[in-house]
Design a protein around this ligand. Structure first.
Ligand SMILES: Nc1ncnc2c1ncn2[C@@H]1O[C@H](COP(=O)(O)OP(=O)(O)O)[C@@H](O)[C@H]1O
Ligand SMILES: [Mg+2]
Length: 312
């Protein structure tokens, strides 16, 4: 299928959706601020894509353009074969959204929040009655079904928003920082549910600050900063492309005679990227204080931007 066929949504019935999301040269200006400076993104069906970048990188703006909530300054974006800013209701019903900010209805109970969305997605009352208890169970919220939303912890609210996003059994789920600010346990629980959704062949697009988790869940990672894509690929590809496989973090002062071809200075310590960590460690004085680990995505990001991702 040619690009033109995919972009052209004049005959949607005839177009097989090769890409669930297709963004071309997307830009967004807010006054003087270039929030997004030309993003191209194609997301095939059934993939889990992680959009990673520090605060202010342009992740939310990109997602809001994909969701049709913000109009691009230039460029185009189609979702499920339709232009994002003009999604027909039938297409909208196939998309589940988890916005960055909790936007639950505080006056309604947990169960009522789900019921309202079930109706919004066009489910029949019988379907709602079947689906709501299943989702409450799936997100471990059954005990809180009658609680007002205001009384829920942050983790519970995020789980409820995720339940709400999937009540219509969407094909595509877009999640903006589903786990930011949660304690590790709550985070693990959400990521576990995302894995279940992924195994149901849903297409997932998410942003996160947590590289380790993204590395485990996402098929592809898109690293963005300053409104631009720095690089994209599988976590392994990105690591192989940008850093040596082993990292030795050494506390300063550094011993002499280290191979300093690839390093990052962290202030009181230095990351040393090497092919053969054992050999380097054998050559270091016994009193050297160091840690040794495989290279990860966070290292890639640090190499590409000179910044650490977790800035919040
Ligand atoms: N509604 C807005 N008005 C003005 N500036 C905005 C608005 N939304 C985002 N920005 C700016 O655009 C840039 C990208 O923001 P955002 O997309 O929220 O980044 P991220 O989600 O990666 O943290 C930031 O500089 C931010 O301050
Ligand atoms: Mg954001």
């Amino acid at each position: 299928m040619s690009d033109q066929q995919i972009i052209d949504s004049a005959e949607p019935a005839a177009v097989e959706e090769a890409f669930v999301i297709e963004a071309r040269a997307l830009t967004k200006k807010f006054g003087e601020i270039d929030a997004v400076r030309g993003i191209d993104l194609t997301i095939p069906k059934g993939r889990c894509i992680g959009l990673l970048g520090p605060n202010g990188a342009g992740k939310t703006t990109t997602m809001r353009m994909i969701m049709g909530l913000t109009r691009p300054t230039s460029g185009s974006v189609t979702v499920l074969g339709e232009e994002a800013s003009r999604l027909p209701r039938s297409t909208r019903a196939r998309i589940g959204l988890v916005p960055q900010d909790n936007n639950l209805d505080p006056d309604l109970s947990v169960r009522q929040n789900l019921e309202v969305f079930g109706r919004y997605y066009g489910l029949l009352p019988a379907e709602i009655n079947e689906r709501v208890p299943q989702l409450l169970d799936f997100m471990q919220l059954s005990q809180r079904a009658k609680s007002p939303v205001m009384g829920l912890s942050g983790g519970m609210q995020r789980r409820l928003i995720l339940a709400r996003a999937v009540i219509g059994n969407p094909d595509l789920i877009i999640l903006d920082e589903p786990t930011t600010g949660l304690d590790p346990q709550a985070r693990v629980m959400i990521w576990r549910q995302l894995l279940v959704l992924k195994n149901q062949a849903k297409t997932l697009l998410l942003t996160t600050h947590y590289m380790d988790e993204a590395e485990r869940l996402c098929d592809d990672i898109v690293l963005i900063d300053n409104g631009r894509i720095l690089d994209q690929g599988t976590p392994r590809e990105l690591i192989r492309r940008h850093v040596k496989p082993q990292v030795i973090e050494i506390r300063k002062p550094l011993p002499r005679h280290l191979p300093l071809s690839q390093t990052e200075d962290l202030g009181d310590s230095v990351l040393l990227f090497v092919d053969d960590a054992e050999a380097v460690i054998r050559g270091m004085p016994a009193e050297t204080s160091f840690q040794h680990r495989p290279a990860n995505l966070e290292d890639v990001f640090l190499r590409l931007t000179g910044r650490q991702l977790r800035e919040n």
